[in-house]
Design a protein around this ligand. Structure first.
Ligand code: ATP
Ligand code: MG
Length: 488
């Protein structure tokens, strides 16, 4: 085990000890070492106060308001931040968390007398094991029998579960996150306490919830994690919109309820990306509210577009980045795309690429695979989807944006003598709509001739032409989906 501790970590421990203080490796990294996993990050707990740690490591910095000091070391972590030229080891002074009167965060940070006290404030026994490293030997400090829990694959709070969840409700979500990440069971009494205190989740900040949720989604068992949040009553405080699908039946194309289908889509999502997994979980989130009729013939018209807005609202509330929000809502918005090689031509595929972006097509197809498998369809990638991938590849160089046209605004001014102004943009838009219909028209000579003709029309007319083309085609695409009930 000792050999798995990087030399950078040993050096930091040695330097702190050299200053006359105690220093231990603690938390998730000890748990990972015992389990023979590679730790994501390394945490050290010490008797040195933050300013004393800073004195030992002059270019260290304060990581947060809890007295954690980040010590910069030579890069070593395989999954460290690629944008930094150094890695960071977090060094936290022994501390005890005092009262949590708002159930969110401790009122004040109090330093603990010793390691024992520091370990007593940690969430789970498996996270309350400390390791003291000597030159070629080590000593384990394990007052709560965390090693036994790790061996038994068991998540159990340090001390009374009720008190510990009452202090900080996020720990309930952390228990489920560790279940999803490590495959450990949650001890019965601990789970009972979660069910009892689920309402305390409302005190927790959306940012803390988001970080744990993202870890659940990215774990090896995300669907189990989300379903356990539901079982425990926590999901209603995190994504209540998903709870609306519980017990709601679909129509003759589906064997599962909306909720069950959403969970299964996440389970079978072939991508490891956070945005694609979130889109798989949320793709049908608006089905409960768009459901019309009952039984085998009920419909969910527009649930994709309404769902994109609902997904946006959920992710904004959870303070996800704009990048994640935009991507997930784009994928949800387009998850009903229709594709059948016998009826859908090149132009239709180009329109889809224009709408979704070539760079997002693989992710959209992965959401479709998740959707299909989550419906109980045996084959992940039928002939139709494979054909679509082939078409996307084949058409990937065709113009789907004004930038990809063989002429640009300067050409129109220089070759045709047009004056700068909105008309140039309008002409390019019309040209693009025509090139999307027929890729062979993306030819410099042809486009210049056609632009000359278009220049005779006024701005209003040109704008109408570009819009008409898009809307007429959009209606056509949508109509296909609706009429065919889009059998997956
Ligand atoms: P990971 O492998 O995901 O980093 P971790 O166990 O290291 O898992 P962190 O969130 O990095 O989890 O926290 C580090 C340690 O701090 C935990 O192992 C635990 O001892 C303690 N800890 C973190 N959050 C809490 C909390 N809300 N309440 C009590 N102790 C906590
Ligand atoms: Mg950690």
């Amino acid at each position: 085990m000792i050999k798995k501790i990087p030399k950078q970590v040993r050096l930091v421990l040695k330097k702190i000890e050299g200053g006359g203080f105690e220093a231990y490796i603690v938390g998730g990294c000890v748990r990972d070492l015992i389990m023979d996993r590679i730790p994501k990050d390394w945490d050290i707990t010490t008797s040195a106060k933050p300013e004393e740690v800073q004195k030992i490591f002059p270019d260290s910095f304060y990581e947060n308001e809890f007295g954690t000091v980040g010590v910069k070391v030579e890069k070593f972590a395989p999954n460290g931040n690629p944008e930094r030229e150094y890695d960071v080891i977090e060094v936290t002074t022994f501390r005890i968390e005092s009262k949590y009167s708002d159930k969110r965060r401790p009122d004040e940070i109090k330093f603990a007398k010793n390691l024992q006290e520091d370990l007593s404030r940690r969430d789970f026994a498996m996270n309350a094991v400390a390791l003291r490293v000597h030159d070629s030997d080590f000593e384990i400090i394990d007052p709560y029998h965390g090693r036994k829990d790790i061996a038994d694959k068991m998540i159990r709070t340090v001390g009374d579960s009720h008190e510990r969840f009452d202090e900080d409700a996020l720990r309930m979500m952390r228990a489920i996150r560790f279940h999803a990440e490590l495959g450990f069971s949650i001890e019965e009494k601990t789970f009972e306490a979660i069910k009892k205190y689920h309402g305390h989740m409302k005190h927790i900040s959306q940012e803390r919830i988001r970080d744990e949720l993202a870890k659940i989604i990215l774990s090896d068992n995300p669907a189990e994690g989300i379903d356990m949040l539901h079982e425990a009553g926590l999901l209603d405080h995190i994504i209540p919109e998903l709870e609306k699908g519980v017990g709601v039946a679909q129509n003759r194309h589906h064997i599962y309820t909306i909720y069950k289908h959403s969970i299964l889509a996440l389970k079978y999502c072939p991508s490891k990306k956070l945005d694609v997994r979130l889109a798989s979980l949320l793709h049908d989130v608006a089905k409960p509210q768009t459901k019309r009729g009952e039984g085998q013939l009920s419909t969910f018209y527009n649930h994709d577009h309404v769902g994109a807005r609902v997904a946006r609202k959920i992710l904004e509330r959870l303070r996800f980045s704009n990048e994640i929000i935009g991507k997930v809502s784009l994928l949800v918005d387009n998850h009903m795309f229709y594709y059948n090689p016998e009826e859908v031509g090149d132009a239709s595929v180009r329109r889809l690429i224009k709408k979704v972006g070539l760079e997002n097509m693989k992710d959209l197809i992965n959401v479709r695979i998740a959707d299909r498998l989550g419906s109980g369809t045996p084959k992940a990638k039928p002939y139709k989807l494979r054909h679509l991938e082939y078409m996307i590849d084949k058409l990937s160089h065709d113009a789907v944006s004004v930038k990809m046209l063989k002429i640009n605004g300067s050409d129109l001014m220089e070759e045709l003598g047009l004056k700068p102004g909105p008309k140039i943009g309008a002409i390019l838009d019309v040209l693009l709509s025509e090139v999307i219909e027929d890729a062979s028209k993306n030819d410099r000579e042809y486009l210049l001739r056609r632009a000359k003709e278009l220049d005779k029309k006024d701005l209003e007319k040109l704008r109408e032409m570009a819009k008409e083309k898009i809307e007429e085609k959009k209606e056509e695409d949508d109509k296909e989906i609706k009429e065919k009930h889009w059998v997956k």
